[in-house]
Design a protein around this ligand. Sequence first.
Ligand code: GUN
Length: 292
Amino acid sequence: MAIIIDGKATAQKIRSEIAAEVRHLATEGIQPGLAVVLVGDNPASKVYVSMKEKACHDVGIFSDEHTLPAETEEQQLLSLIDRLNNDDRIHGILVQLPLPTHINEAKVLEAISPAKDVDGFHPYNVGRLVLGKPTFQPCTPYGIMVLLREYNIDLKGKEVVIVGRSNIVGKPVAFMCLKQHATVTICHTRTVDLPTKIGMADVLIVAAGRPEVVRGEWIKQGAVVIDVGVNRVAEKKLVGDVEFETAARRAAYITPVPGGVGPMTITMLLQNTLQSAKMANEIKSTAKEQSP
Ligand code: GUN
């Protein structure tokens, strides 16, 4: 039976470390601030945004929430982002995705200052990630890497197979694994013979967004299984993208759903916001020292 990777406990531990750092910054008169922008009333997005707000509150980060109606014009959203880019109390700006279809998502993400892009979605930061340079790491892949490190799972020379090629998870996590010296394969909906590809994986990362598409019997004995999926299949039942019971019998390590990757995502958002606040204040104090 696999060791269960406890994302909830890991997230809790990191959040208390963040809270301690936020308290320390407060003694220097600094409070990290995160602006969260929600356009429209997608029910899942509303839940995520309220979870982010509560998480900020719990660790002492200032949360500035903006809820705009679904019919908001692109220009109005761009003006709000411009205002937040220039607001010194705000160190992170997150525009919840998906946006209504009349708004150009790429244009909105590019309008966010790369220095406040705590989601790591701006092309400048994506480029830095691809180059292996320090940057804001997208929160879900960042959470996955922290979980692997927490459980001492070394990626060097390992076969990592990723299912899903989204900009939010699949693509960034591929580059992060490459940086850790893994050999990386990205699979997607057009991949031929998925079971064989999955069978090669020492570490399998699934972010396909489809309930239990990965069958336990495809998984190599002793593999590490990271399941990013969250699928509601009944009123009170959530399942991942991996068939948990059968996978857990073959894997050495596995993340549960819920309680695996999920709690890490918002935690890494808090971490990125804290990092951004620290960087902004270092920049500011340097500027002060240099001014005549
Ligand atoms: N929608 C789903 N995941 C995410 C995320 O990590 N960030 C944002 N902004 N929107 C999302």
